[in-house]
Design a protein around this ligand. Structure first.
Ligand code: NDP
Length: 300
C-alpha cells in the first residue's frame, strides 16, 4: 500500500482563500476589518521567523496586522499593561503572545490575561475549559488544522480508534478533546506509556506530537491508518552540503507511507495549517465580537 499524501500546503491555501473572502465581506457589508496583534518578547530566532510569517499572511488575507516587539528584559507589569491595552482596543479582534516567553515572565499569568474572546491561540484557561466541556471556544490552531484535514479526508470520524502521542497543553490534550468531540475512541500516549508500539498499532488515526525525530516507524502503524505528523525537527543534512539542515517529523515518513492509508508530510503537512487556522480564528473572533454569523468551515 502507498499512502495518500494529505497536502497541508494546498489545504492551508484553501483556508486562507476562504478567510480572505470573509474578510472582504466584513469590510464591504459592515465596514469592519479584522485585526490581529502579535506580541513578541525577546530575540528568539525561530519566534521571529514565525511572527514575520504570521504578519505577512495576515496582511495577505486583507486583515489588519499589528506587531509589538518588546525587549528581552520587558517586565511582567509592562507586558500585562500592553495586553490590557489590546484587550480594550476595538480594532483588535485577536491577540497572540508568541511562546516561549523569557524565563522571568509567568507564561500562564500572561496567557490568562488575554481576553478569552480575543485568545486566538485558544490557550486561555476559559477556552481550555469550554473545549473540554464541548462548548463553543477558541480552538488551538495546530489541533484545529489537524482536525480539518482529518474531517476532509474521512468525512465522519465517529467510532474510529485514535491515538494521540504527546500530552502537551498546546497540541496533545486539545487534539484529544477534538477527536473525542468527533466521537472517536481516544487514547493519549506519553513518555510513560507502556508498550507504545502496541498502543499505536490499534489506531485508525495516529497523531504524533512528540518532538522526537522520526520516532514512529512503519511497523507501528495499522495498515490503512491515517497518520498526522505534527512534529517539526531540524536535523543536520550533510548530504545536502556543508552546514545544511532539513526538517523531519515525529514519524519515519518513508516506512509509514508504505503502510498507512493516508499521511501528512513534513514539511508541507500540519505546519502550513497552523497559521491558516490562526487567521481563521481571528475572523471567527471578529464575527463573534460583532454579533455576526460565523463563517462556515473555519472552526469546529
Ligand atoms: P512538548 O515537548 O510540550 O510535548 C511532547 C510530548 O511528547 C510530551 O507529552 C511527552 O510526554 C511526549 N513524549 C516525549 N518523548 C516520548 C516518547 N519517547 N514516547 C512517547 N511520548 C513521548 O511538545 P509539543 O506538544 O509542544 O510539540 C510536539 C511536536 O510538535 C514538536 O516537534 C513541535 O516542534 C511540533 N509542533 C508543531 C507545530 C506545527 O505548527 N506543526 C505546532 C506546535 C508544535 P511527557 O508528557 O510524559 O513528558
Amino acid at each position: 500500500m502507498t499512502a495518500t499524501v494529505i497536502d497541508g500546503k494546498a489545504f492551508a491555501a484553501r483556508v486562507r482563500d476562504k478567510v480572505a473572502v470573509h474578510v472582504g465581506r466584513l469590510k464591504a457589508d459592515h465596514g469592519i476589518t479584522p485585526g490581529l496583534a502579535v506580541v513578541l518578547v525577546g530575540e528568539d530566532p525561530a519566534s521571529q521567523v514565525y511572527v514575520r510569517s504570521k504578519g505577512k499572511q495576515t496582511v495577505e488575507v486583507g486583515m489588519k496586522s499589528v506587531e509589538h516587539r518588546l525587549d528581552e528584559d520587558t517586565s511582567e507589569v509592562d507586558l500585562l499593561g500592553l495586553i490590557d491595552q489590546l484587550n480594550n482596543d476595538p480594532e483588535i479582534h485577536g491577540i497572540l503572545v508568541q511562546l516561549p516567553l523569557p524565563r522571568h515572565l509567568d507564561e500562564d499569568l500572561v496567557i490568562n490575561s488575554i481576553s478569552p474572546a480575543k485568545d486566538v491561540d485558544g490557550f486561555h484557561i476559559s477556552n481550555v475549559g469550554l473545549l473540554g466541556t464541548g462548548q463553543k471556544s477558541m480552538v488551538p490552531c495546530t489541533p484545529l488544522g489537524c482536525l480539518m484535514m482529518l474531517r476532509e479526508h474521512h468525512g465522519s470520524l465517529s467510532g474510529m480508534d485514535a491515538v494521540v502521542i504527546g500530552r502537551s497543553n498546546i497540541v496533545g490534550k486539545p487534539m484529544a478533546q477534538l477527536l473525542l468531540g468527533e466521537s472517536c475512541t481516544v487514547t493519549i500516549a506519553h513518555s510513560r506509556t507502556k508498550d507504545l508500539p502496541d498502543v499505536v498499532r490499534r489506531a485508525d488515526i495516529v497523531v504524533a506530537a512528540v518532538g522526537r525525530p522520526e520516532m514512529v516507524p512503519g511497523d507501528w502503524i495499522k495498515p490503512g491508518a491515517t497518520v498526522i505528523d505534527v512534529g517539526i525537527n531540524r536535523l543536520d543534512a550533510p548530504e545536502k552540503g556543508e552546514g545544511k539542515t532539513k526538517l523531519v517529523g515525529d514519524v519515519d515518513y518513508d516506512s509509514c507511507a508504505k503502510v498507512a492509508g493516508a499521511i501528512t508530510p513534513v514539511p508541507g503537512g500540519v505546519g502550513p495549517m497552523t497559521i491558516a487556522c490562526l487567521l481563521a480564528n481571528t475572523v471567527t473572533a471578529c464575527c463573534r465580537a460583532n454579533g455576526l454569523e460565523e463563517p462556515e468551515g473555519l472552526t469546529v
